[in-house]
Design a protein around this ligand. Structure first.
Ligand code: SF4
Length: 534
């Protein structure tokens, strides 16, 4: 990786600290540096005087801070945001000569820990490779973990001691645990000093460039039935305007920034989103937010956003069909989408990106063709570039979709083909891979067996890519994915990890989905999912 120039790097005397932690983002630098979780954990671990935390990405074999190799650290911490990054995690370990099989690691090897949405969703596929999983939010778990690690003579020898901490899952201890979260995010740690990349080339330019990442909310109570984040980050929590202003003021004091990126499970759902936009503008900063919920947008929010420097509006109707939107508990009428796109046009928004999924329950070719219809209607008033991102539905565990099978390849291909006529009309269409979607489904809903089957191949052969590994394994991934869905009620995951949302609630939501019945958003109306009243 080309050396980048960064501001606010935390560099300690690595030989003098009590605990050395390697923080690994198993993908490119430019993606990892745009991930708020990485900044959180980096600052949180480094907030302990006697702990040094240094960063690794897929491209670098040595830590960015002290140029130390991975095997020299006491702890290697992975933040896993995407299931398909698991293979990159294996590449990083194996290129550092750390055995990927946890049982083959010796007393002098670092312990491997992992957290992030994929782990909260389902740690089981990685249970042969990771020593400790973080099931929940780092602000709660990291201090307990660090305290325990500093108190032990040898963390590998005394590994099982960590199983006493609620929220940590150790495959070796086979302990049951439950998800933990921050009750009041105003009181939680916030990284008000973030590493910013100052000099970069195309390969190292972070997705959000030099903007400061500001989390305005966490969790979402809308209850969209396909959405993992909506289920694993419950309950919804909103940062207060007072706290947001304090963070912005500190960000201005600590960085040379001109832009803020507002992030959150559903940032534009913050009840004071409009005030937040006005606040940022009043501080002479530009801002953007990755995704917008159409039913909270109005002319003044759109005008502030695009005055704030945003170039692309991103919305997610998920389906072209109003009926299917009702079925997934996102009942946005076409008229609202068209109204918002007219507002985008009045505010000269250069491009509009829309996300759609294929493979929803009870979906027909006619439903897919509604994507063509709504796109054509949008183009009657919207004159910018229209980008359609079409992806297969990946049914996730801990959502009512966990009982829905992944779409068959033939059906996906046929449905995708029915969207093609739009090409040539100035619409940019990107189609997600069926194969990668199927793998993601297996890794989301899976048990240890799948990656265990791959382990020998992973260790002995090249670690090039998923496709070549699956080819060598000679596994029909579609049949395997169907088998996981058929046996979901017996999946050991639900006995080991208590995510907070009750299975009876998920089953009730599944039944309501099949009748296209609406569930009110929380916290305004509590539907007793089980999270708050444990
Ligand atoms: S218990 Fe009620 S308020 Fe809490 S997350 Fe569940 S639905 Fe929302």
């Amino acid at each position: 990786m080309k050396i980048v120039k960064e501001d606010n790097v935390i560099k300690k005397n690595i030989g003098k600290v009590d605990l050395k932690i390697a923080l690994c983002y198993p993908n490119q630098y430019r993606i990892g540096m745009s991930c708020l979780a990485l900044h959180y954990i980096y600052n949180l671990f480094n907030s302990y005087e006697n702990v040094a935390c240094e960063r690794f990405f897929l491209e670098n074999n040595f830590s960015l801070e002290s140029q130390l190799s991975l095997s020299k650290f006491d702890i290697v911490a992975f933040t896993l945001q995407f299931e398909l990054d698991y293979i990159n995690m294996f590449k990083i370990l194996s290129s550092s000569k750390i055995p990927i099989d946890r049982k083959k690691r010796g007393i002098n090897h670092p312990i491997i820990i992992a957290g992030g949405p994929c782990i909260i969703e389902n740690p089981l596929p990685l249970s042969n490779f990771v020593d400790i999983f973080f099931i929940g939010e780092a602000e709660v778990l990291a201090p307990k973990f660090i305290e325990k690690a500093l108190s032990l003579k040898n963390i590998r020898h005394d590994l099982l001691d960590f199983s006493s901490i609620t929220g940590l899952y150790l495959p070796e201890a086979k302990n049951k645990t439950k998800r933990v979260w921050v009750e009041n995010i105003d009181d939680a740690f916030y990284p008000t000093i973030q590493v910013l990349t100052r000099m970069y080339d195309k390969s190292t330019k972070p997705i959000f460039s030099n903007s400061f990442l500001l989390e305005v909310s966490r969790g979402c109570g809308r209850g969209c039935r396909f959405c993992l984040s909506g289920y694993v980050y419950r309950p919804p929590r909103y940062r207060s305007i007072r706290k947001i202003e304090r963070i912005i003021d500190e960000a201005i004091e600590n960085h040379k920034i001109s832009k803020i990126t507002l992030v959150g499970t559903s940032a534009s759902d913050h009840p004071k989103f409009k005030e937040i936009c006005e606040l940022v503008l009043s501080k002479n900063l530009l801002f953007s937010t990755p995704s917008l919920r159409v039913d909270v947008l109005d002319e003044s929010i759109i005008s502030s956003l695009f005055k704030g420097g945003q170039k692309t509006a991103t919305i997610a109707p998920e389906s072209g069909s109003e009926f299917l939107r009702a079925l997934i508990n996102k009942p946005i009428p076409d008229s609202l989408i068209l109204n918002v796109t007219r507002m985008f046009q009045r505010n000269n928004v250069p491009s509009l990106k829309m996300y759609f999924m294929i493979g929803l329950p009870n979906e027909s070719i006619k439903d897919i063709e509604t994507i063509n219809i709504i796109s054509s209607k949008i183009l009657e008033s919207f004159k910018g570039l229209l980008k359609l991102s079409i992806n297969p539905l990946i049914p996730k565990p801990y959502t009512p979709m966990q009982w829905i099978p992944y779409i068959a390849r033939k059906e996906y291909t046929e449905k995708v083909q029915s969207i093609k006529p739009l090409k040539g009309k100035g619409i940019d269409i990107s189609i997600g891979s069926w194969f990668m979607g199927c793998l993601e489904h297996i890794l989301s809903l899976g048990t240890p067996e799948f990656l265990n089957m791959l382990a020998d191949l992973l260790i002995v052969n090249d670690l090039t890519n998923w496709r070549s590994l699956i080819r060598r394994l000679k596994l029909n991934i579609y049949d395997y994915s169907r088998m996981l869905t058929a046996n979901v009620d017996e999946n050991p995951l639900f006995n080991i990890i208590d995510n907070g949302v009750s299975i009876s609630f998920l089953k009730a939501e599944y039944d309501k989905m099949m009748s296209a019945l609406f569930t009110q958003p929380c916290p305004n109306t509590c539907s007793f999912c089980g999270v708050c009243n444990q």
